[in-house]
Design a protein around this ligand. Structure first.
Ligand SMILES: *Cc1c(COP(=O)(O)O)cnc(C)c1O
Length: 466
């Protein structure tokens, strides 16, 4: 029997994994979540302890895909996915202090953690599209890292067209080059004259009005509204937990957070049985989640552009999945989302706020604090942090009890954000060979206005290539 997926808003059909993968957003505007979660006991963790990353990935993800794919095929896909990484451990841990660890999630092709999910997603798409003899057009918004990871994940997929919207002049140079220098016919980069939230809004709007698409061609999502991304991210939490003593030793994770996808995967790992003490939400000045934890009110604010642009987000889409889990009630989620749309925010119930605080703590760091953390960490350990990871390290130092291992997810390689490294005065220590070749390549992107009409028409143009 395959896993059933249900919408957080309760009014969309139940789907299986292959259908969720190809669809993204549910037809009622909600996000798909698995109806039930598998649970892992102590014996399971003991059994998993010595598995390679790819083998562990198969074990962790299998219950979510079972019934839609043959196990050897899935194994082959997982093994190819992680063979594209530049470190044999795939997600190695580096120690900074007695109980402070960094898990390096930046050894994939685009130097950020999003490769973990999007390298897999591209290969899964190939498999299911081939089997179903279908084609899709991926439309995605990016604050910088999703776009390049999605493009790298799908550039060879003959049944996929990729359209990526990024905010014009609002992504780092390396982020832009990683997207725009890919010379593939099925890739279109759109530089939107707006900010990331505008991009995300246009993508959501296109998904909510799929009638504009040509007959027989579907839209598919690569943002973390796509369940497959969350699923793939659960794996490295388990991998880190096992290395530092699970099931007998509790650990905490500090996670640089924007759309709440990465840390939500950590919450799921905890629910399934990984002994996690706290999940630390690390934000930059876009502190929506920090404020939510503090006040119980989730309220949108003006977007602030920071040195950690992949976390410059005013609405955290995946928080909806957590709400659904905490309320256990789709009507409550619908009411929250309706209030968010009409008034820009909503209040959590006392009970839900209490549950939220049981699992999560939060810390925010503005640009000055980020730079200070980068310098401090470098001076004391010789380890160079990218600005996103720096929010995580600072949050870990301030928020976690130091009595058990704390793992900071290092979400990007510092070379990807050399402007921040320069601002911190650390440029001389940066190794840039990973990105230098990009600067010699030809860029390809189209600038479009910040309006639905313009965006829809270029997407349609790309559909003709499918
Ligand atoms: C995407 C991203 C984040 C935020 O992850 P979410 O899943 O959106 O919370 C943090 N750091 C980097 C480098 C990223 O690319």
């Amino acid at each position: 029997m395959s896993m059933q997926y249900i919408s957080t808003r309760g009014d969309a059909p139940r789907l299986t994994f292959d259908e969720v993968l190809l669809q993204g957003l549910a037809s009622d505007g909600g996000l798909y979540v698995p109806e039930t979660l598998p649970t892992w006991d102590e014996a399971t963790f003991e059994h998993w302890r010595n598995l390679s990353y790819a083998d562990l990935a198969v074990e962790v993800m299998w219950p979510f895909v079972k019934g839609t794919i043959e196990r050897p095929v899935f194994q082959q896909i997982a093994s190819e996915t992680y063979a594209s990484f530049r470190h044999l451990a795939i997600a190695p841990l580096t120690q900074l202090n007695t109980n402070l660890w960094v898990q390096e999630l930046f050894h994939g092709p685009t130097l950020a953690f999003k490769d973990f999910a999007l390298q897999l997603l591209g290969r899964l798409l190939d498999h299911y599209l081939e089997e179903k003899d279908k084609r899709v057009v991926i439309v995605g918004a990016t604050s910088g890292d999703t776009g390049s990871a999605a493009i790298q994940g799908c550039r060879h997929s003959s049944r996929v067209q990729v359209v990526i919207l990024h905010p014009h002049n609002r992504v780092s140079e390396v982020q832009r080059l990683q997207m725009t220098t890919v010379d593939a016919d099925n890739v279109l980069n759109l530089a939107v004259e707006g900010n990331f939230d505008d991009c995300q809004h246009w993508v959501k709007t296109l998904f909510s009005q799929p009638e504009f698409m040509p007959e027989g061609l579907n839209l598919a999502a690569v943002n973390s509204i796509n369940w497959a991304r969350i699923m793939a991210q659960v794996v490295y939490y388990v991998y880190a937990g096992l290395r530092l003593g699970a099931p007998h030793q509790k650990v905490s994770f500090s996670v640089p957070t924007g759309n709440f996808g990465d840390i939500y995967a950590g919450y799921l790992a905890k629910k399934m049985g990984l002994p996690v003490k706290k999940l630390i939400i690390a934000t930059n000045s876009n502190d929506l989640l920090y404020r939510t934890l503090k006040t119980g009110r989730y309220e949108k604010a003006e977007l602030i552009h920071t040195l950690a642009p992949s976390m410059d987000i005013a609405v955290s889409s995946n928080f909806e999945r957590l709400l659904f889990d905490l309320y256990q009630n789709a009507d409550e989620v619908k009411a929250c989302m309706a209030s968010l749309n009409s008034t820009g925010g909503f209040d959590l119930s006392e009970e839900v706020l209490e549950k939220l605080r049981e699992h999560f703590v939060a810390e925010r760091s503005n640009d000055d604090l980020v730079l200070e953390e980068m310098r401090n960490t470098y001076e004391r350990t010789g380890y160079l942090l990218d600005p996103h990871t720096a929010t995580g390290v600072r949050a870990a130092r301030r928020k976690a009890e130091q009595s058990h291992p704390i793992i900071v997810l290092a979400t990007a390689h510092p070379a990807k954000f050399d402007q921040a490294i320069e601002a911190a005065g650390l440029k001389e220590h940066l190794q840039t060979e990973l990105v230098e070749s990009l600067r010699k390549k030809k860029e390809r992107f189209e600038v479009v206005g910040n309006d639905l009409e313009s965006i829809r028409s270029v997407v349609l143009k790309q559909c003709k290539k499918a």
